[in-house]
Design a protein around this ligand. Structure first.
Ligand SMILES: CC(C)(COP(=O)(O)OP(=O)(O)OC[C@H]1O[C@@H](n2cnc3c(N)ncnc32)[C@H](O)[C@@H]1OP(=O)(O)O)[C@@H](O)C(=O)NCCC(=O)NCCSC(=O)C[C@H](O)C(=O)O
Ligand SMILES: [Mg+2]
Length: 275
């Protein structure tokens, strides 16, 4: 959300979201940058956002605001500092060095936005560049712009890039969030895109409007059917204790499927505890 929008900052205290990105970059006009920076840092330091992870998206490397944004964000100590248009593993390492120089607490992780062709192509190295890097966030608006592609339902022009970044994140063991859906009035299209992101392996989706929260939560949380199926699969596995393979609902079950079922149930429990 734009950190210049005080009503949005207030509203976020009651939204059922896992995390907040308080933006200083593209959602904030140049003459509002300083006010937005002050708002975001005060919000991050306030402790008013409960369980929600609070992050600040600073302006990108090389912009006139980047150094001041980064210094202020490090002092505020949010859960994460989101840096847009990170281009390479070297940039990740120099960002971490700068965070340390500015005295960021260890609990403040780096979130890198992948939104240029170079970053997508180098995503594996970028994702593994430093242990302080915790999350990759797709910037699909910038990516479509840089590719000179078009927004189309189904996102065929950027599917290769989306999957490539999920592969890189999984290989490095960092989380990965899908990009935003711009048409805040088109809930059907939004739901389709959430489902696609979930199917591709994303951990979640970045949102731009409160009206998108419910559908996103419903898509990324395990459904009742998935939970039921996971419980049945674990029961079948326990019944067949000792054999390397059993069947559940006609499907082969091996220990890797047991791991998946346990993850489904753990996610379900985490969501239930939250709600
Ligand atoms: C998209 C919007 C400009 C729409 O704004 P608006 O028409 O004012 O929304 P509503 O009147 O429907 O708002 C209703 C209430 O909800 C609050 N609100 C609106 N948006 C948010 C939000 N993001 N977070 C929290 N609260 C929000 C309003 O204040 C209203 O509250 P109240 O009056 O008290 O009822 C607007 O939604 C918006 O600005 N969205 C965020 C835009 C943004 O953050 N952009 C940057 C991130 S996306 C990006 O950068 C992409 C990436 O880099 C890439 O390359 O892809
Ligand atoms: Mg962008």
């Amino acid at each position: 959300m734009p950190s210049s929008n005080e009503r949005a900052l207030e509203k976020a205290k009651s939204l059922p979201v896992d995390g907040l990105i308080l933006d200083l970059e593209d959602a904030v006009a140049p003459d509002a940058k300083a006010t937005a920076r002050g708002n975001a840092c005060a919000a991050a330091a306030s402790g008013d956002y409960g369980h929600r992870e609070v992050t600040i998206r600073v302006n990108g490397l090389g912009t006139e605001w980047h150094d001041d944004d980064l210094a202020a964000a490090c002092a505020a100590g949010p859960d994460g500092i989101v840096v847009p248009k990170v281009g390479s593993a070297d940039e990740v390492r120099s960002l971490v060095t700068a965070m340390e120089r500015h005295g960021a607490p260890d609990t403040t992780r780096l979130w890198a936005m992948v939104e240029t062709p170079g970053a997508v192509l180098g995503a594996a190295e970028l994702a593994a560049a430093h242990e302080r890097l915790a999350v990759l966030v797709l910037g699909t608006n910038d990516l479509v712009k840089e590719l000179q592609a078009r927004f189309v339902p189904g996102r065929a022009p950027i599917l290769t890039a989306l999957s490539h970044v999920v592969l890189a994140a999984r290989a490095a063991g960092v989380a990965v969030l899908d990009g935003v859906y711009n048409d805040v009035k088109d809930l059907d299209g939004f739901e389709d895109e959430c489902r696609q992101g979930r199917d591709l392996g994303f951990d979640g989706k970045t949102l731009i409007h409160p009206g998108q929260v419910e559908a996103c939560n419903a898509t990324f949380a395990p459904s009742e059917d998935e939970v039921e199926d996971a419980r049945g699969l674990l029961a079948a596995w326990e019944e067949g204790a000792g054999s390397g393979v059993v069947t559940h609902e006609g499907r082969m079950v091996e220990n890797l499927h047991v791991e998946v079922a346990r993850r489904v149930l753990a996610t379900h429990e985490a969501v239930r505890a939250r709600s």
